[in-house]
Design a binder for this molecule. Structure first.
Ligand code: LMR
Length: 336
């Protein structure tokens, strides 16, 4: 009897200790940052996310744990915007084009031929105009910490696209952006908004004929295997907003928040340099594959493209603000 009740109390003490242990363990458990994205690990964004994970592991060991989910294995970009707003994931790096459904402000990055090159984009993003964009969605609980580049976009399709006429009647996959939709309509194409993870199959089955993306995405997602031509238009920019859930960010201990912010800045500098070489490598690999023909435009052909797409600027000028467009353009003029 004594033995039995003693055993009972020992068991109870064990249960209480276990419960206390469990409680302690969760109090000491590292803060989790779930970071889903849609591109392959070898892309500019894939490399940047992995570098961020590694630096956090080194500098905040045991305090913060980053879980990176590449290649849309956890969710699409569209879903990740909702998941971030609701705090189901803590960090994302979504293409600026896809912020279109939340605010008009980022539409500036989709205006065709506004930015002649990545350096110009970088100058604009570093300006007061660019930095203000980081906080433009805090009312939706989305706080931008930085911009990461991918690169300039090219057109891939069943025909060489030396001139805009070649795009007439083709079904183009585009990101979820009204500016990109207008851009394709402007050249007589048929735009189809579609998640990144569906593009390869859509090209393969003929659900779409053409697409626009960077060399690194065309290479890593193998779009070049299912397209006869890639025309090097460099007509638009593809880059990302690195964003966190606002409440999550504000709830962090000060020293952790400061360290994470500094890691993001360090990674941004590293990754934005890398993005250029990753895209050049993708282009090179595509050339070497012999699976698709790369078409280079003459300066005159490019000027015709530029002129054909220019009316898109006017269409979105009131959304974006003529002053912002003028400011962005002035960075372009400085680069020339
Ligand atoms: C796309 O959907 O084409 C891009 O947003 C993919 C990416 O994240 O680079």
């Amino acid at each position: 009897m004594f033995k039995a009740s003693r055993l009972g109390s020992v068991a109870m003490i064990c249960v209480l200790m276990l419960m206390a242990g469990c409680g302690k363990q969760s109090a000491d458990a590292p803060i989790l940052i779930k970071f889903p994205h849609v591109t392959a690990p070898a892309t500019p964004k894939g490399q940047a996310a992995e570098r961020f994970r590694q630096l956090v592991e080194e500098r905040l060991a045991g305090r913060v744990l980053v879980e990176v989910y590449p290649s849309a294995q956890l969710m699409s970009d569209d879903d990740s915007l909702d998941a971030l707003a609701f705090g189901e994931v803590q960090m994302i790096a979504v293409s600026l084009s896809k912020l279109d459904r939340l605010t008009y402000k980022f539409q500036i990055f989709d205006l065709p031929f506004l930015f002649p090159d990545i350096q110009t984009v970088e100058n604009f993003q570093a300006s007061d105009y660019g930095q203000e964009l980081l906080t433009s969605m805090v009312d939706r609980k989305i706080l931008g910490l930085s911009f990461w580049h991918n690169g300039m976009k090219q057109f891939g399709g069943p025909v060489p696209m030396r001139l805009p006429e070649a795009a007439k009647g083709l079904k183009f996959r585009i990101m979820e952006s009204d500016v990109l939709q207008a851009q394709i309509l402007q050249i007589g194409g048929n735009p189809q908004k579609m998640a990144f993870g569906e593009v390869y199959q859509a090209l393969q089955t003929g659900a779409v004929d053409a697409q626009e993306n960077t060399w690194s995405n065309i290479y890593s997602s193998k779009f070049y295997e299912v397209q006869a031509y890639v025309t090097e238009t460099n007509h638009g920019y593809l880059g990302y907003l690195v964003a966190v859930n606002l409440d999550f960010w504000n709830s962090l201990p000060d020293d952790i928040r400061t360290e994470l912010a500094s890691i993001v800045q360090e990674v941004s500098i590293w990754a934005n340099k890398q993005s250029v070489s990753i895209n050049l490598l993708g282009r090179q690999k595509i050339l070497e594959s012999g699976r698709t023909e790369v078409v280079e435009l003459t300066a005159d052909e490019r000027a015709i493209w530029q002129q054909a797409m220019r009316p898109v600027w006017e269409k979105f000028s009131s959304n974006i603000g003529a002053d912002l467009i003028a400011a962005a353009e002035s960075y372009g003029n400085q680069a020339e």
